[in-house]
Design a protein around this ligand. Structure first.
Ligand code: BGC
Length: 771
């Protein structure tokens, strides 16, 4: 982890706007953890002694400001000590006004904390999480979180509902966009980095934003990819593949955990004592706060594990929930539950202590206004351009784009001639930001069309035509526009729009079509049963293809899509996910070769929806299918090829690389020892470029089947044309561990295969034997 040491300094310097300073040295950093905790425990115990039962219960309530809770109602709650924290309030003025009410009206003046979904940016929107993961660059990812923490804390926030580290192997699930992909090892690395970057050196840092890792647990495995559905999973898969990223975030010090909405093997996470007490507290030693997801306590009745609201409140608290998000059950039912003894005072105190502890850690008892300063220092314009971090956002985004195809090196484009920019997403500011775009403003976002225009200036002619609506399906548009005017529908007929785009294409030397999903199609509650491009866009692409002009597809989407047809039609395909505020400029940087793409997919792209779940680290089958010798009774679909269209770890560059055979430091590894596996990577093309060298391992024979390949290391390297570099990986027993049938974490001796390559499929192979 050598980069971590230089991370804070590098990012601190990189993202501080003129005149501002990122303070990373903590007032409490000098104190030992133990001393800090002892002081905190004494303070909180003293406070608990002064609190009434109702005041303690009030601390467990987290509410969102909005129509359900207008400001005058919140004022009353604050006066009566009936609220512990607020989310969705994002300006210093609003936050200060509420903290003022606490200080003026409430008996004990216990400060509120303020939270928000700072998921991939705050005012400046960075690429979505899946795109950040595509960079395979921890400094890049950390930079996005550091800047987001800086901006959020400058607005007075204390906590974020992030990172979302749910492993998923199902692109039908809309929340794929919020996570870091299908790989446990990579996601765990990222989880660690993001938590540290958000939280900084110590919680009392001026720009430390406490994290609340989510959604604990296993939310990414909802059956059928349908949001809020059930999860049923073997213990091996749970511990081996799905739980490690949460553990990594907790080990990195995440102050909070947001509990998932799904059930796990029949028990909703919110009512899951095993999950929240035995695993999280007893085994993992988590000491922070557990917060429900939105309205989850109420949902215990719908899950069929609580008979009424009182029962739901009792079960949630007893199972290990401390704070309830967006429902009034705790405040309504806990008083009587405590009075009757169904909930003990000790249980209530334990929950309340969690809330008070994080407030103490945030430094709020020392100074409730520490994130706010004096009103006179408030920004005159919260959305001022000067508050954005455009350079950082552009840099992070360009490093995260993935080149999927580049026939005859059609890319990079020249900044001359005539370029047609078409497609429903080409000039859509809202969609370029992606879902969960926090306090980002569409109007401050650069679209691909704008980015291209700026890049070419007067050196090329750029034509624009929308070409199609995102979808012609009324039901889908109504769904997307249900809560906000998210998708603008062009009233012209589909044919009229296509005709206009074709006319523009015919006048041009090259067509850049920006197609994919509207941001709302890859979001919470946005599961799809079909992962093709919408038909309106397929029709547009077919018409553009028929013009015979070179066709570059710029894809904007929040999940792997099924792109077999587009792969055949397009000359080039650039996966840009949802790239945020500076998306259009970053995409132009890559399209014109000002930056040579270096991203790699963190999720397999299936050929069709029927292949799901499809993931590279699957177990072997007893009847494997081999294309060279296909047998009828082998594991395959008779109407679809096995394997993805684009594998995990895949991504092209404008240069080419070769990878030598793998050489091992020894064919044998001693117990508790290590071996090195190395390759020489050479830039065989004409441009400088980066690639990601990936190490995968396979335990050939073990007491249970082990995945055919598992990522255990990678290095992103920059090479000049003709330059070679030896990349060496040290393999230790830690890399070989797994849970056996008795759920013991073991390393078993025997043969291990070693694969090194530039994606999960094109690899060079070697082996060693663990003695
Ligand atoms: C989502 C969470 C989110 C919360 C607050 C819920 O519906 O599942 O991920 O943090 O809302 O906005």
């Amino acid at each position: 982890m050598k980069w971590l040491t230089s991370l804070t300094i590098a990012i601190g310097l990189a993202c501080a706007p003129a005149g501002a300073q990122l303070t990373n040295t903590a007032p409490v950093a000098a104190q030992s953890n133990a001393a800090h905790q002892a002081q905190r425990d004494a303070f909180v115990s003293d406070l608990l002694r002064k609190m009434t039962t109702d005041e303690k219960i009030g601390q467990l309530r987290l509410i969102s400001v909005g129509t359900d809770n207008p400001k005058h109602v919140i004022r009353e709650m604050i006066r009566d000590g009936q609220v512990g924290a607020i989310f969705n309030t994002v300006t210093r003025q609003d936050i200060r006004a509420m903290q003022d009410q606490v200080m003026e009206l409430s008996r004990l003046k216990i400060p509120l904390f303020f939270a928000y979904d700072v998921v991939h940016g705050h005012r400046t929107i960075f690429p979505i999480a899946l795109e950040l993961a595509s960079s395979w660059d921890m400094n890049n990812i950390a930079k996005s979180a550091r800047v987001s923490a800086y901006e959020a804390t400058e607005d007075g926030l204390n906590m974020t509902w992030a990172p979302m580290v749910d492993i998923t192997r199902d692109p039908r699930w809309g929340r794929v966009s919020e996570g870091f992909g299908e790989d446990t090892w990579l996601t765990s690395q990222i989880a660690r980095v993001v938590v540290k970057a958000f939280q900084g050196e110590a919680p009392t840092d001026r720009h430390s934003l406490m994290t609340s890792v989510k959604h604990f647990a296993l939310y990414g495995a909802v059956e059928g990819g349908r949001d809020y559905n059930t999860v049923d999973m073997s213990p091996q898969r749970m511990f081996q593949d799905y739980l490690p990223p949460y553990k990594a975030a907790i080990d990195a010090g995440s102050g909070g955990v947001m509990v998932a909405l799904n059930s796990i093997n029949g028990v909703p996470a919110t009512a899951n004592r095993w999950l929240l007490k035995e695993l999280l507290r007893d085994q993992w030693k988590f000491q922070g706060i557990t917060i429900t997801d939105h309205g989850a306590i109420k949902e215990l009745m719908k899950h069929g594990v609580a008979s009424d609201p009182r029962d739901a409140s009792r079960i949630a608290l007893k199972s290990g929930i401390a704070m309830s998000m967006s429902d009034e059950y705790f405040v309504k039912y806990l008083p009587e539950l405590v009075k009757s003894g169904a909930i003990t005072v000790q249980e209530l105190d334990e929950a309340c202590r969690q809330v008070l502890n994080v407030k103490y850690d945030m430094g709020l008892f020392a100074d409730p206004y520490r994130m706010l300063g004096a009103a006179s220092s408030d920004p005159v314009d919260t959305n001022a351009e000067s508050r954005l971090h455009r350079a950082e956002a552009r840099d992070v985004a360009k490093r995260s784009l993935v080149l999927l195809k580049n026939r005859l090196n059609i890319l990079p484009l020249k900044k001359s001639g005539v370029i047609a920019v078409v497609g429903p997403l080409a000039d859509s500011k809202r969609d370029t930001m992606g879902s969960w775009s926090a306090a980002g403003l569409a109007r401050q976002t650069v679209t691909v069309y704008r980015g291209i225009r700026t890049a070419v200036g007067n050196d090329a002619t750029v034509f624009y035509a929308k070409g199609a609506n995102v979808s012609n399906h009324k039901g889908i548009i109504d769904f997307l526009n249900q809560y906000e005017d998210a998708v603008q529908v062009d009233p012209r007929s589909p044919q009229a729009m296509i005709d206009e785009a074709v006319a523009v294409a015919k006048k041009s030397d090259v067509v850049v079509a920006v197609v994919g999903e509207a941001a709302g199609m890859a979001h919470e509650a946005s599961s799809r049963s079909n992962i093709d491009l919408p038909q309106s866009q397929r029709d547009l692409i077919a018409a553009l293809k028929a013009t015979g002009k070179p066709l570059v597809l710029v894809l904007m989407n929040g999940r792997p899509l099924a792109l077999v047809r587009e792969d055949q039609q397009a000359d080039a395909l650039l996966e840009t996910w949802f790239s945020g505020t500076e998306g259009g400029n970053a995409i132009a940087d890559v399209l014109f070769g000002d930056y040579n793409p270096s991203g790699k997919l963190p999720m397999s792209f299936p050929r069709s929806v029927g292949q799901i779940p499809i993931y590279y680290n699957h177990l072997p089958s007893g009847r494997p299918y081999t294309p060279e010798n296909p047998g009828k009774y082998t594991s395959h679909y008779y109407d679809e090829a096995n394997g993805p269209l684009y594998p995990f770890g895949y991504g092209l560059s404008y240069t080419t690389f070769s990878v030598s055979d793998v050489s091992m430091s020894s064919p044998l590894m001693k117990r508790n020892g290590s071996v090195n596996a190395s390759v020489t990577v050479t830039n065989t093309g004409k441009r400088a470029g980066e690639t990601v060298v990936q190490l995968y391992l396979h335990d050939v024979v073990a007491s249970i089947s082990r995945p055919v390949k598992e990522l255990r290391g990678y290095e992103k390297v920059m090479l000049q044309p003709g330059e070679s570099r030896v990349i060496s990986f040290t393999i230790t027993e830690d890399d070989l561990k797994f849970y056996n049938a008795q759920m013991q974490q073991v390393v078993e001796p025997g043969k291990f295969e070693v694969f090194i390559g530039l994606d999960s499929q094109r690899v060079k192979q070697q082996s060693f034997t663990l003695l």
